[in-house]
Design a protein around this ligand. Structure first.
Ligand SMILES: *Cc1c(COP(=O)(O)O)cnc(C)c1O
Length: 407
């Protein structure tokens, strides 16, 4: 294999060759749950890992393996393992790494499900959880110095796309011997490679950009070989394995990852610039905008600013309720990272389980719209938003609107 492949080439070709059979040019979907052996010694050798091969679908599967290899190549990682969902990747990783009495430090703005693990499940297992203000690097450094076993980061975050300096935080964590884990779902390996900044493990919800078509759930963890082996062992016993058909769909989606992400970066930038000119919009959150507080760090550690942005409406939630149904080229749904543009209020998607007070403390306005740019033509997306804004009733256009509290 040629060394130093670039990302598009890698997305198309890497990880597949060893899994092709019968001259097929595409990786087959191997549905078989078990793999049989006539030679008992060979079976034993495979079972104890002396020889490569497959035994049972909960442990390994050829289609799943091809999917894993592609991620490993894109993130330039030593090792990789996969999961049924992104949350399985996150929960299995944290459960593998943390013991009672250990301390995990993270940020307040992690993905909603991850936040629940920190607030609900880890404390039950007597793991100490410290959540810092997202983007407050001094606070994170101070907490890390007080002792830290795992530093868990996510950048950019959901839904206000806040940025954390990965290199700076990884250095602080290394000084106290902590393991650094980064959820790279929003950035994808095209826009950001946390391992190059000192992270030990990178997590993906493959459900989002890696698959890119919102038709399969999956997750992955890649990075340090020893750690990944431990996490794989936890997963093979606890059972959150990736289904071969889902692995195939994700694998196929990943072939166009670079093309899609380039277009989504471009669209998000264009939409963010457009939204800044719209009178009904209160604030626009996108790391590609110069005034975004994380812009300089994002410029340093990202190759592109990503396809995710958010904006708040002067008319609050009532204006959101009016605006979103008017959009023609957007799904109103909870997913993101798909080829179609997807929109949703933060209070019904990422932070639905939070109280209005919790959302306020996270800096999430009640009238915030999360916007996941698809790969449509930018002109059409802007025209679509434009006609939707035009349709807003007069009283929701400019003046701050009294929030209607329904909960
Ligand atoms: C969606 C998402 C997850 C969870 O992934 P699932 O595949 O839905 O379990 C984790 N982290 C981030 C940043 C996400 O967007």
């Amino acid at each position: 294999m040629l060394k130093n492949k670039k990302l598009s080439t890698s997305a198309v070709w890497s990880g597949e060759k060893d899994f092709l059979a019968f001259g097929a040019t595409q990786v087959p979907v191997v549905h078989s749950v078990s793999f049989g052996y006539e030679d008992m010694d060979e079976w034993l050798d495979v079972a104890v890992g002396k020889k490569s091969g497959h035994i049972y679908g909960r442990n390994t599967n050829p289609t799943v393996h091809a999917f894993e290899e592609k991620i490993k190549n894109l993130e330039n990682a030593e090792a990789v393992t996969s999961f049924s969902t992104g949350m399985a990747a996150i929960s299995n990783t944290l459960s593998t790494l943390l013991r009672p009495g250990d301390k995990v430090i993270s940020i307040k703005d992690t993905y909603g499900g991850t936040n629940k693990i920190f607030s609900e499940f880890l404390p039950n297992q007597h793991v100490d959880v410290v959540l810092c203000e997202t983007g407050h690097h001094e606070q994170l450094e101070k907490e890390i110095l007080n002792g830290c076993d795992v530093l868990y980061l996510e950048t950019p975050t959901n839904p206000t796309v806040k940025i954390t300096d990965l290199k700076r935080m990884a250095e602080a964590a290394k000084n106290v011997g902590a393991v650094v884990v980064v959820d790279n779902t929003f950035a994808t390996p095209i826009n950001q490679n946390p391992l190059t900044f000192g992270a030990d493990l990178v997590i993906h919800s493959a459900t989002k950009y890696l698959g890119g078509h919102a038709d399969a759930l999956g997750g992955a963890v890649c990075g340090d070989k020893k750690l990944v082996e431990q996490i794989y062992h936890y997963r093979e016993i606890n059972g959150a394995s990736l289904d071969p058909m889902a692995a195939y769909l994700l694998l196929r989606g990943m072939k166009t990852l670079k093309l899609r992400i380039d277009k989504q970066n471009e669209n998000a930038m264009g939409i963010a610039r457009y939204l800044k000119t719209v009178n009904e919009v209160d604030a626009v959150f996108y790391p590609g905008l110069e005034e975004h507080p994380g812009h300089e760090i994002a410029k340093k550690q990202m190759n592109g600013f990503g396809g995710m942005l958010s904006f708040s409406l002067k008319g609050g939630m009532e204006a959101v309720r009016h605006l979103l149904p008017k959009l023609v080229f957007a799904n109103r749904a909870a997913n993101l990272g798909s080829v179609e543009t997807v929109v949703g209020p933060a209070r019904t998607t990422s932070h639905v389980e939070c109280t209005p007070e919790e959302r306020a403390s996270l800096g999430i306005p009640e009238g915030l719209v999360r916007y996941s740019s698809g790969i449509e033509d930018l002109e059409d997306l802007i025209a679509d938003l434009d006609q939707a804004f035009q349709s807003l009733p007069e009283n929701m256009r400019t003046s701050p609107h009294q929030e209607v509290n329904e909960s």
